[in-house]
Design a protein around this ligand. Structure first.
Ligand code: ASP
Length: 332
């Protein structure tokens, strides 16, 4: 076990086109989340704890489609999915179609730590939350006016059924990948899915190997985008395989797998929108996306980097003010 690794974390807030002021909110939100996770790592915390802390920040931010601000099902309700994975042991825990919890990533971690299972869904996941005394957060507190309007607009323009519509919508799921001082890698992903999904629909996000993966010997990946597209190519494990067996770097593997997904699925019921973040065992954070925008931020060596538009890459020095609030001084 190595203890001299430079810790790093990368987070995403979805691969999508952010409307109006959402771009700025997503940009700020990812910076805060990456800083929070980085703080955990620099204090000697584990990659798992850093991923969980960063994702809680993103889940609590209504600018993203996870936790508070999750998109609505066709019945106007919220069903959330989340996963976390420990690259040291390959242990993983996940929940899907869960309701009335504020931070599904915390519940996913409990599934990993407290059960022998990898994934609990629906009522079973909520029963487990009750057993673990997870405080209830009624769905109505997680639903935003903006998302009610979005469902309304969606239904008006596409009709109630919309079964054959795969157009891009709210792919602002959140995710994080971290490497700690001991070289342990973890990933997490959390989402409310996509607007107007059928009740019971689960996308890629909570499935290890599809919505993300972590293996200390290779690296960690978290995906975002159209769940039905990502699922068809098992995107996360495709990237991990390219790194593991074809000796590609994390960046090469991510770029290649996303391009291949577009090519392979051109005749599928899919909108092919996706983006990924990752950290290889070399400790370098990378991102790749096939959408116009993806909100991402990563921190390493006391610096924070972030962007949303294609080609945007800002660098900041991370500091905290007297109240412990994070500040980002932009480097020239
Ligand atoms: N992948 C998520 C899903 O399909 C959506 C997203 O990434 O925003 O449920």
């Amino acid at each position: 076990m190595s203890t001299n690794v430079e810790p790093a974390i990368i987070v995403h807030g979805g691969a999508v086109v952010f409307p109006g002021d959402k771009k700025d909110k997503a940009s700020e939100g990812t910076k805060k989340a990456a800083s929070k996770g980085y703080h955990v790592l620099t204090k000697g915390g584990s990659a798992l704890d850093a991923v969980q802390a960063a994702i809680c920040v993103l889940e609590d931010n209504p600018a993203f489609d996870a936790g508070t601000g999750s998109p609505l099902t066709s019945e106007g309700d919220i069903e959330m999915d989340a996963v976390i994975m420990d690259g040291r042991t390959l242990n993983t825990g996940a929940v899907a179609a869960v309701k009335n919890v504020k931070n599904p990533i915390v519940l996913a971690r409990m599934v990993m730590d407290q059960t022998q299972h990898c994934l609990l869904v629906g009522q079973g996941a909520n029963k487990f939350a009750d057993e673990q005394n997870v405080p209830k957060e009624p769905n109505e507190n997680l639903i935003t006016e903006e998302n009610k309007e979005k469902l309304e607009k969606y239904k008006n323009s596409y009709g109630e059924a919309a079964e054959n519509d795969f157009s891009a919508r709210d792919h602002d799921t959140v995710g994080a990948v971290a490497i700690d001082k001991e070289g342990n890698i973890a990933f997490g992903t959390s989402t409310g899915g996509i607007t107007n999904k059928r009740p019971g629909r689960v996308g890629d996000s909570p499935i290890a190997g599809i919505g993300g993966y972590a293996d200390n010997n290779v690296g960690g990946i978290s995906c975002t985008g159209h769940g039905e597209s990502i699922t068809r190519v098992a995107l996360a494990y495709d990237i991990i395989s390219l790194m593991k067996y074809s000796n590609k770097s994390t960046q090469e593997a991510a770029d290649y797998a996303l391009a291949k997904m577009k090519e392979k699925l051109r005749n599928a019921k899919a909108n092919l929108e996706a983006g990924v973040i990752g950290i290889g065992k070399d400790g370098n954070p990378v991102y790749s996306f096939k959408t116009k925008q993806m909100a991402w931020a990563w921190a390493k060596n006391g610096k924070l980097h972030n962007g949303v538009n294609f080609g945007e890459n800002n660098t900041y020095t991370i500091t905290t003010d007297a109240n412990g609030e994070y500040k980002f001084d932009k480097d020239e």
